[in-house]
Ligand binder design. Structure first.
Ligand code: GDP
Length: 282
């Protein structure tokens, strides 16, 4: 989904999410474990306020397992409990449910004193496009092809779906805008496919990706493409990969767009291995 965000749109989204906040006990802030900083909405703390919240690091199956733990600890220390999940395979869901119980325990205890037992926990998923919101709804509710609104942040029907663990989930997630201000953030979002390739041409995007990979996971590039990285520029490496993968046009020239697409696609599918592009301190 490609949404063009403009100020009026963001204001509406914020207001509609804040209206829904009143209906729920806990917010599930969904982010991408490969880019936990870049995939957070810039105004999230202001929007959510002091409502109970769980940070869900999704796509943890694609992210570096050592770095997953670092990010989880980081958020836990910042006083927002976090959980690593794989929404596609349903991993981490039990932990998510137990955390939801923990962060809403006061409210449920208060109701229990009044005689209301097993008060369902009402939750809403929010996050920027492509972090896995619909996938998580489908997994939690064990249904296929959840209808999710195509208008950002606008919940049309406010239907509650019962899920396991005594949760009640708002059927439409809140779709938030991504960060725009920082160039590296924009690149990270484009690498993962959260914002569309049109923002930068594929060749430039792939070159930037290779530059980052040389710094953080050179061995994964070498393993995947059998290239020699020594004293090579990103362009020379893209060239080698294109040659090895047969991305050649008439006259023996390399088709850089095709080669770039191979690399970005490999990253997005996890074919290169598990990769996290950001650490908390950076
Ligand atoms: P939304 O825009 O936030 O609703 O994101 P979607 O639920 O449509 O997911 C975007 C893409 O990420 C889809 O191709 C999903 O299959 C994929 N996806 C979602 N969650 C996971 C996950 O935990 N692991 C992996 N590997 N892929 C996921």
């Amino acid at each position: 989904m490609n949404i063009n965000w403009y100020p009026g749109h963001m204001k509406k989204t914020k207001e509609s999410i804040q209206n829904n906040l009143k209906l729920v006990d806990v917010i599930f802030e969904l982010i991408d474990a490969r880019i936990p900083y870049s995939s957070r909405n810039p105004m999230i703390d202001m929007i959510v306020g002091d409502k109970a919240r769980v940070i869900i690091l999704n796509k943890s199956d694609l992210a570096d397992s050592k770095v997953n733990i670092i990010w989880q600890d980081f958020f836990n220390k910042s006083s927002i409990p976090s959980v690593l999940i794989d929404a596609l395979k349903g991993k981490g869901i039990d932990k998510l449910i137990s955390l939801s119980n923990e962060v809403t325990s006061e409210k449920r205890l208060a109701y229990a004193k009044k005689g209301v037992k097993n008060l369902p926990i009402r939750a809403m998923i929010i996050g920027i496009p492509n972090v896995g919101k619909s996938t998580l709804i489908n997994t939690l509710t064990e249904r296929r092809g959840a209808k999710t609104g195509n208008k950002p942040g606008i919940t049309k029907s406010n239907q509650w779906i019962k899920t396991k663990g005594n949760l009640e989930l708002l059927d439409t997630p809140g779709i938030l805008w991504p960060k725009f201000e920082d160039q590296q953030v924009g690149l990270n979002l484009a690498f993962t496919g959260a914002i569309k390739d049109e923002i930068l041409d594929v060749e430039t995007l792939a070159l930037r990706f290779i530059e980052d990979m040389i710094k953080i996971y050179p061995e994964l590039l070498i393993d995947r493409y059998k290239v020699n990285l020594e004293d090579k520029t990103a362009l020379e490496i893209l060239d080698s990969i294109g040659r090895i993968r047969g991305c050649i046009v008439k006259g023996g020239e390399i088709d850089y767009t095709k080669a770039g697409n191979i690399i970005l696609d490999d990253f997005r599918k996890g074919n290169m291995g598990r990769i996290t592009l950001e650490l908390p301190e950076s």
